[in-house]
Design a protein around this ligand. Structure first.
Ligand SMILES: *Cc1c(COP(=O)(O)O)cnc(C)c1O
Length: 354
């Protein structure tokens, strides 16, 4: 049976990437060593790191005055590292768009005074606040794509302070103008590869802000100086990200991936909007392409649907516990056939099949 994995993360990986990793597992490029066994100081691993870095730069069009770092600790460590390094006057502003924003706010609080300049809480996080926004803090933090609530920003907030954005669940799903941001970060396990690595893209002028009294691993300037090789980086996760980025290029690059993502999301939203049983409550202009929550409005029926979908090979559709219902995560690696199968199952369930 074909199984389609709709998990929010760790998530589906492209099959060609897994096959390539398998074929190289025991003997990476004639070295008779596995990537898992390579020294991070070896020429072979440095080649992997260089490829991953230049592929990120190429696919996302990252300007030269930005550093590209591969760190550990997940997106969650960034919630602390950002204020530790960048909050010079100990003031950080946030736009609160849901559960992940809340976590970022809570983790900044020990290092800076935090302020919410806009929130969509009154709207049960079904939308994204609209500007104009104003901030005079050390930086403004936004959660670009809200993995739990299924919302996404469509316009880059314009403020006179550095803009920091959590792109964990939407990195490389659509083109963005990197020059409008000062920091972009994303855990790898959603759109970039395997758990264990976090991509950080940071404008170089921010590296000067790091205060002296900070442990070495926590300093962006040290990671930048050592090109992500200050200590042992997550070597295998970086390798998998390199394979995912190579796969993206082979698929036609970001424009081809974007077109597929938009078509898949449009098809699923259309099916949900036409359904008399299932619905998605996010305002149309802020609907995420990557994470699509939906429900019948009845917990028992939702559970029956989850069981039914699983019997048809559609797994990990359960919604986050804070939102309930179902959630389909359609990351870059989700094949069209997975979305088609989900739409079919929505329909047959609605017709009464169990
Ligand atoms: C998954 C996720 C995180 C947390 O990532 P970890 O790698 O588990 O720390 C943070 N922000 C967003 C938007 C996410 O989707």
């Amino acid at each position: 049976m074909t199984v389609f994995n709709f998990s929010a993360g760790p998530a589906v990986l492209p099959e060609p990437v897994l096959l390539k990793a398998q074929s190289e597992l025991l003997n990476y490029r004639g070295s008779f060593q596995s990537v898992l066994e390579l020294s991070h100081r070896s020429a072979l691993f440095e080649g992997i790191l260089d490829d991953a870095t230049s592929l990120v730069r190429e696919l996302l069009n990252v300007p030269d005055d930005y550093e590209i770092l591969f760190l550990q600790g997940g997106a969650t460590l960034q919630f602390s590292m950002l204020p530790m390094n960048l909050a010079q006057t100990k003031r950080v502003d946030f736009i609160d768009t849901g559960g992940w924003s809340q976590k970022a706010i809570a983790d900044a609080a020990p290092y800076a005074s935090t302020r919410i300049i806009a929130s969509s809480q009154e709207d049960q996080y079904r939308s994204i606040p609209t500007g104009p926004f104003s901030s005079d803090a050390d930086y403004l933090h936004v959660t670009w794509n809200n993995t739990l609530e299924g919302t996404t920003f469509r316009e880059v907030p314009q403020v006179g302070v550095p803009l920091v954005a959590d792109f964990s669940s939407s990195i490389l799903s659509e083109p963005i103008d990197v020059s409008q941001f000062d920091v972009i970060y994303a855990g790898a396990q959603k759109n970039l590869g395997a758990a264990g690595m976090t991509l950080v893209i940071m404008k170089k002028n921010l590296l000067r802000r790091t205060p002296d009294a900070l442990g070495s691993y926590l300093r962006y300037d040290i990671h930048a100086k050592h090109h992500s090789l200050y200590n042992t980086p997550p070597t295998y996760s970086i390798y998998l990200t390199k394979l995912v980025l190579e796969w993206m290029k082979e698929e036609g690059g970001l424009s081809a991936i974007t077109a597929r993502n938009r078509a898949q999301a449009a098809a699923l939203y259309d099916a949900l909007d036409r359904s008399t049983l299932f619905s998605n409550h996010v305002v149309h202009e802020n609907r995420s392409l990557m994470n699509i929550p939906f429900s019948t409005g009845d917990e028992t029926l939702d559970q029956a649907f989850l069981t039914y979908a699983e019997r048809h090979g559609l797994v990990n559709l359960k919604g986050h516990r804070s939102v309930g219902g179902m959630r389909a995560s359609l990351y870059n690696a989700m094949p069209d056939a997975g979305v088609e199968a989900l739409i079919t199952v929505l329909h047959t369930f609605e017709q009464g099949e169990r």
